[in-house]
Design a protein around this ligand. Structure first.
Ligand code: ATP
Length: 496
């Protein structure tokens, strides 16, 4: 098409030249028109408004089943139950049930919301059209709304072309366009959201193609209530971080295609990756394979997986050169954390490391055993003691502390606040809004200093473990959990 136009323009110029018409102004005008056309057709991101505008319709019906999503049993069941409305049209019509128009998936990043939407399209044999809230944001009023209209039209057209009865429109980061309207934001956002609501209101069971909008967010609290009301996104499904069983499942899914050594214990990796999302677990599997390749080993070992967990948790090793004095201090600090962690939660220390990663110069990797959602006062106090133990060890060995404990103190303060607000402090059950800030601060300080005293006492009793650990960390940089426990056991024997 483009070639044809260029050819026609060139022929016209030749003809005009032959007639003696001055060509320069015409050439300039033509160039300007060409530039404007080019930029308007290529601008606008995934949902551009020019001729080349496309919606990200990379797959017609995605080839992904719910079985390929690890964990999320409850979320998957809820979603499948909702999707059955789309599949069993006749039943739904016979009972006069209004069609399901929107499903909202909410949860932290990387937990598999996009995967769920794709599996939903596969399950319902629907074409899948995906986009993100940010694709609708433009400086010019009306552009976002136009893109929304186009999104719905293209989804319908695509379903007809592929001879499908259903289409699923997936909008990631819905909070970008669906945030609460309080009059303070750009008018453009309002118009885009209004258009989305209008399109959703227009969906009906009589249409030849049934559309279902699946949206994802990790800020459900930010969404405008108009989006969440019945008849719009009225099915809310929470997609949580995976628990240990789910992490094992996800790791199996991502490791089963890779060459694994017989020593690999996936359960152990699942235990050590508390708090990881599905995306982070996928990254652990991938990084472990890269480490194996670098070592020119045929199989991925437990050691490669352990390195991969560190990388995903703490970031890549950095070249920060610490002085000998800093290295000694960091080693003592981390040993302090490890000693108290092992007393609070036996068998929980996976490794102590003295190597710079991300922002840290050293770190202790320990796991909480079983996943927990509720904590008693003793458990929170234990967590605070682990946090205070780094600086306490510095105090015991060097007689002073460093700025390295800043982040520990921040988290210890948050935990003290949690104790107070949960009615687990000496203040009893309180409403924090009705109490003087200074009283809250005094109670937090009291909690922290009494726990610090206990922590210092515990560290003093294990001074020789600190020193032995210091020697090993300076020599090898890493002290594995089992080796560390041997040191503690030997020390206990000497004491006896
Ligand atoms: P975001 O909110 O950041 O868009 P998301 O919740 O949509 O994230 P996905 O894009 O679905 O997350 O997941 C990213 C990748 O993480 C997937 O491609 C997959 O490799 C992996 N993953 C996440 N959750 C799971 C899971 N439950 N089972 C298997 N793999 C998962």
């Amino acid at each position: 098409m483009m070639g044809w136009i260029v050819g026609a323009v060139a022929a016209t110029f030749l003809f005009l030249g032959y007639l003696g018409v001055p060509l320069l102004p015409l050439v300039v005008l033509t160039l300007i028109i060409a530039a404007v056309t080019f930029f308007s057709s290529t601008s606008g991101g995934r949902l551009g408004v020019g001729k080349k505008e496309t919606i990200q319709t990379n797959e017609s019906v995605p080839n992904l089943t719910f079985d390929e999503i690890g964990g999320q049993k409850r979320a998957k069941n809820e979603l499948i139950e909702a999707l059955d409305f789309l599949i069993h049209r006749d039943h739904i019509d016979a009972y006069g049930i209004r069609p399901l128009k929107g499903i909202l998936l909410s949860g932290p990043p990387g937990t598999g919301k996009t995967l769920m939407a794709k599996a939903a399209a596969h399950y319902t044999d629907s074409v899948f059209v995906s986009t993100a809230g940010s694709a609708f944001i433009e400086m010019y009023v009306g552009v976002g709304a136009k893109r929304i209209r186009k999104l719905f039209t293209e989804a319908r057209e695509m379903a007809r072309k592929k001879k499908k009865k259903n289409a699923i429109i997936f909008i990631d980061e819905i909070d970008v366009i669906g945030g609460r309207r309080d009059g303070s934001q750009h008018r453009e956002y309002d118009q885009t959201l209004n258009q989305l609501l209008t399109e959703m209101d227009g969906l009906s069971s009589e249409q030849d193609v049934r559309l279902l909008v699946v949206a994802a967010t990790n800020r459900k609290d930010m969404l405008d209530s108009a989006l969440l009301r019945p008849g719009r996104f009225d099915r809310h499904i929470t997609v949580d971080l995976p628990d240990k069983k789910a992490r094992t499942h996800i790791l199996h899914l991502h490791l089963h295609t890779k060459p694994l050594s017989a020593d690999v214990k996936i359960e152990k990796i699942a235990e050590e990756t508390f708090g990881f999302s599905g995306a982070q677990l996928e990254s652990v599997a991938n990084e472990a394979a890269i480490y194996a390749l670098r070592d020119e080993e045929r199989e991925i070992t437990q050691h490669h997986l352990s390195l991969a967990i560190d990388k995903v948790m703490m970031g890549e090793k950095t070249d920060r050169e610490a002085t000998q004095e800093e290295r000694e201090r960091v080693a003592i600090h981390e040993m302090g954390h490890a000693i108290v962690a092992e007393f609070v939660q036996p068998e929980s220390v996976a490794q102590v490391a003295l190597s710079p990663r991300g922002e840290a110069l050293g770190y202790v990797r320990h796991h909480p055993g079983s996943d927990r959602y509720l904590y008693t006062r003793e458990q929170i106090e234990g967590q605070i003691m682990i946090l205070l133990a780094g600086a306490a060890a510095e105090q015991v060995v060097f007689g002073n502390r460093s700025t390295g404990a800043r982040n520990d103190y921040e988290r210890a303060n948050q935990s003290a606040q949690l104790l107070i607000e949960s009615g687990l402090s000496e203040l009893g059950i309180i409403n924090p809004d009705w109490i003087e800030k200074s009283s809250l601060q005094a109670e937090a300080s009291r909690i922290l200093s009494s726990l610090e005293e206990r922590t210092i006492h515990q560290i003093e009793q294990h001074r020789h473990v600190l020193e032995r650990g210091l020697y090993l960390l300076l020599k090898d940089e890493v002290l594995q959990g089992d080796h560390f426990r041997q040191l503690l056991a030997q020390a206990d024997e000497w004491v006896r």
